[in-house]
Design a protein. Sequence first.
Length: 328
Amino acid sequence: MSVSFSSGIYYKAILMLVLVILVTLCTVKTNDVQSHNTRKSTLDSTETPPITLVDMFKLLTNLEKRISQIESMRAIFLRGKDGVNGKDGVNGKDGLNGKDGRNGNDGRDGKDGRDGKDGSPETIGPPGLKGAPGQKGMRGPPGPESGGVQYVRWGRTTCPNNATLAYKGSVGGSFYTQKGGGANYVCLPETPNYRKYKDGVQSSRGYLYGTEYQDAQSQLFANENLEHHDVPCAVCYVKVRSAKMMIPATYECPAGWIREYHGYLMSQNYDLPYPSEFICVDIDAEAVPGTKIDVDGATLYHVEGRCGALPCLPYVEGRELTCAMCTK
């Protein structure tokens, strides 16, 4: 590209030099024409007219065009190295939408979708025909045994023949003159088991004492030597029963029930500071062997009915009430 540019300047300089020479010649020619007017008029009419300034400009113009053509051809043959690539132009406008392509092949099957929600229930149809009875199955294993029942036999250390002895001991309760403590009687085992303890009597405690027969001189029990002796007890378990109940004021059980034992209804004395529960003491009551006589503690008295809210008859005023322990 540098060679082409220098050549162009060179030819243009020559052209300008020729133009100056021609202009000078024209000026000289004009002066000669003016100084020899007479001579010009006598020239033969057949003589070639002189070259004018306009003609010179035309020649120069043609010459310039010719030089440009030569320069163009020279640029073609003397082309330089390619220049550095220019920057990318601005993106043109989007072309028109092409025609729709042909349909592609079917894609692979997609994964199974999640289970849909349960549909609304439809109307239930009529029941179908009863099928034929199936074959008799094998006998299953024995089911679990009944849970059984347990009860306390107050006044004895043994259980009836149909019951199993869980443990035996003596009856405990609250001191008969104290206002606090428990109102129920409990069957204490013969040998206690302790965990952590603090020796010595503490004032902020409940107290538990042994229980004595009182008013036993009435000779209602088969054993007449029970007065002021401690009361024994036994906890019995009947495997083949599922229910139990103590019925006061009778020594018999309802039909379908089994009588475990019967005896007399006993409780704390009515005139003492705290009430107690009613328990059924066996008709063949015994005393705890080796107990001292009349050392006090919890006490048991016979219970008798009083008329008023209690209907008399059939109840009798002042008559000692019996009891029965029944199971089923």
